[in-house]
Design a binder for this molecule. Structure first.
Ligand code: 5GP
Ligand code: ZN
Length: 156
């Protein structure tokens, strides 16, 4: 994608500080880090969000490489001496996505650091048990629908 900042970074048209790269993914430092060591793990294919990643067998290697790179960078942050690490991934403007090329944030955390407000535990509350059950059921139904859709596509 010619107007995508991450595609430009991957094409080395914009400089970045790469910390890991293979044929399918790259990981580079975020230009505006939430913590020192904040890394973005990015597939080399231009997919805007997780919903755009094909579920088929053809892209399995890329999906595996992406998940493995996230695992690797989180493990590396701990190995490098940080006390913890967050993995954050935003889909759509409503979720805070500002760059329309799929990416995972791996954010190393020092011991005793502040928890970011957006991660505040208890920031949302269910009105009652019925609402909690209804939300869980809605998610279960959506999981079943996606699995059925993907199974049907794989059978075609
Ligand atoms: P999002 O909010 O879309 O999940 O995160 C996008 C991230 O990309 C932000 O944390 C932002 O700082 C980072 N970013 C935006 N432009 C650039 C850039 O040109 N280079 C690097 N290294 N990071 C960028
Ligand atoms: Zn892109």
């Amino acid at each position: 994608m010619s107007d995508c900042v991450f595609c430009k970074i991957l094409a080395r048209e914009i400089p970045s500080t790469t910390v890991f790269e293979n044929g399918a993914v790259a990981a580079f430092l975020d230009v505006n880090p939430m913590e020192k060591g904040h890394v973005l793990v990015v597939p080399k294919r231009h997919w805007p969000t997780l919903a755009d990643v094909p579920a088929g067998a053809a892209e399995r290697e890329v999906r595996d490489a992406l998940a493995d790179a996230v695992r690797l960078l989180a493990k590396a942050a701990l190995r490098a001496g940080w006390a913890g690490a967050n993995v954050l991934q935003c889909n759509g403007e409503a979720a805070g996505q500002t760059v329309g090329h799929l990416h995972f944030h791996v954010i190393p955390r020092p011991a005793g650091g502040a928890v970011p407000p957006a991660f505040e535990s208890g920031a949302a509350r269910y009105a009652d048990d019925a609402e909690r059950a209804a939300v869980a059921e809605k998610l279960r139904a959506a999981v079943a629908a996606v699995l059925a859709e993907e199974a049907a596509a794989a059978a075609r």
